[in-house]
Design a protein around this ligand. Structure first.
Ligand code: HEC
Length: 171
């Protein structure tokens, strides 16, 4: 009987001892605990509302690409001088190396292409629909060498370049 009580006492001491040691270890753990780090629980904060305009319903290059050139019209006034002037700046950034500073197709880089870059003053170019010029600059010319620049130049600046190219026919 005495032996059994002693045995139980030893077990109790061992268990309590473990509990005390573990609790002490836990309370003095020097690294952060998962449950102490900030966490957002489901539905704790409202789902952010998407800013309107992020998902396009109109415009966008997928729609430009799908539209017929003759139906695609500039949202900008292509005869407005601010659009032409801004298009001129972009022309000398993105086009002049191939189409030349005189727009005749004699840019240095362009001379390695076959066919050679178009003379942008020519009636062949000037007679094209604005949508055709826009699509050519944006997506390249089927089986041609014009580079697709849709991912390089934003749509508004592409329209301004079209305005500038169109203005060349008036000179
Ligand atoms: C890397 C050289 C290069 C760059 C840069 C370039 N082009 Fe061209 N472009 C060409 C070549 C080459 C052709 C002839 C394409 C063909 O007929 O296959 C061409 C053709 C064209 C045509 C004639 C399309 C037609 O239907 O005949 C237009 C308009 C044109 N480019 C405008 C531009 C404009 C505007 C830019 C700047 C945004 C530009 N290109 C940038 C090389 C270039």
């Amino acid at each position: 009987m005495k032996g059994l009580s002693l045995f139980i006492a030893v077990i109790v001491v061992v268990l309590v001892g473990h509990y005390v040691v573990l609790t002490y270890f836990d309370d003095h753990f020097k690294y952060g605990r998962m449950w102490e780090t900030p966490a957002i629980r489901p539905h704790e904060v409202p789902i952010p509302v998407m800013t309107s305009g992020i998902v396009p319903f109109a415009g966008g290059d997928a729609i430009h690409a799908a539209m017929r050139a003759e139906d695609l019209q500039s949202p900008l006034d292509l005869t407005a001088s601010e659009n032409i002037d801004s298009g001129k700046k972009s022309y000398f950034t993105y086009c002049a190396q191939c189409h030349g500073k005189n727009h005749d197709g004699n840019g240095t880089v362009g001379q390695s292409f076959s066919p050679l870059p178009a003379d942008l003053r020519s009636s062949k170019v000037q007679e094209q629909y604005e949508g055709r010029l826009f699509k050519g600059i944006s997506f390249g010319i089927p089986n041609g060498r014009q580079p697709p620049l849709a991912t390089t130049i934003n749509p508004t600046d592409r329209w301004r370049i079209v305005a500038y190219v169109k203005s060349l026919g008036l000179r």
